[in-house]
Design a binder for this molecule. Sequence first.
Ligand code: FES
Ligand SMILES: [Fe+2]
Length: 346
Amino acid sequence: MPFARDQWYVAAYSNEVGRELLARTVLGEPLVLYRTTAGTAVALADRCVHRRFPLSQSRLDGDRIVCGYHGFTYDETGSCVFVPGQQRIPRTARVAGYPVVEQDTLVWVWIGDAEPDPATVPRAPWLDDPGYTVVRGMAPLNARYSLLVDNLMDLSHETYLHGGYIGTPEVANTPITTTVDEEKGVVHVSRHMDDAECPPFYARSTGIQGRITRWQDIEYHPPCLYLLHSRIAPQGVYPPAEGPDSAAFHAEIVYAITPSTEHTTYDFWAVARDFAVDDESVSEYLYQSNHTVVMQDVTALNTLEQVIAAEPERYQELSINIDTGGLAARRLIERMIGAPTVGASR
Ligand code: FES
Ligand SMILES: [Fe+2]
């Protein structure tokens, strides 16, 4: 699948962008990210106009980048303000600057030529909410981003790929409901398990013993932001018709799916919870567990990428009920790209 341009993508976590130059490639475009002395996150094209030296391998001088090869110097807008050995700065001496919105501890960049609207950056407010404790990470994936979209839209794989961590038999056995908000361009996939085994991920973090009510409500804002609202409660405990759902434990699981190149992807993941918020041992356990789960996905998707890349141009997939959300996601992404919907994931 090609890329959806003229969209917002997560390039980094806020705490990754500082006074060190950070290189990230988004939709095949090499970027250098840093923070000005006033604290503003900046993203510029990571190639010096002179001889293409990566600016990310250069150095900061105040808010300016001094190219590490011959010293062309760029301000935070990408304009060249100094060239060596002459007074006159060529008119074309500038690198592209990318629109940046920093929100919910995520650094979003706009990739495309159209004028962006900062109000359209999708939200993940739990990542920056004092009522939640967050563990997070980023796994580089050697696979095309559409494989990660498929993976996250169909959680039935938890039972098979993540057994012993987050998977139990009920995940694969419980049917999903899928709806698409065509106007907002959001896919919703819900799986409500009213009597389920509690997987270690939640048993150890919540302290619940015995069976649970487990709800998974996915909200995918293509192309980049994936939210999984996870609700866990002792079996038989349901939210009241009104008032807070305080008898339950809530985890807001956030993924940002950022295509890096055609065959590589940044898999940003975070788990925000509203329980045991001060318990560091729970944080450590959830970090380690989710890291393991993400790496199980990474291993599987890296393998799939190799299999698909080695096969003939088109292959015929076989989709079933569990794929409804993934197929809806593909359709919305293809609508953004302006490409016709096709059955195969190439
Ligand atoms: S390549 Fe950057 S100054 Fe020459
Ligand atoms: Fe997974």
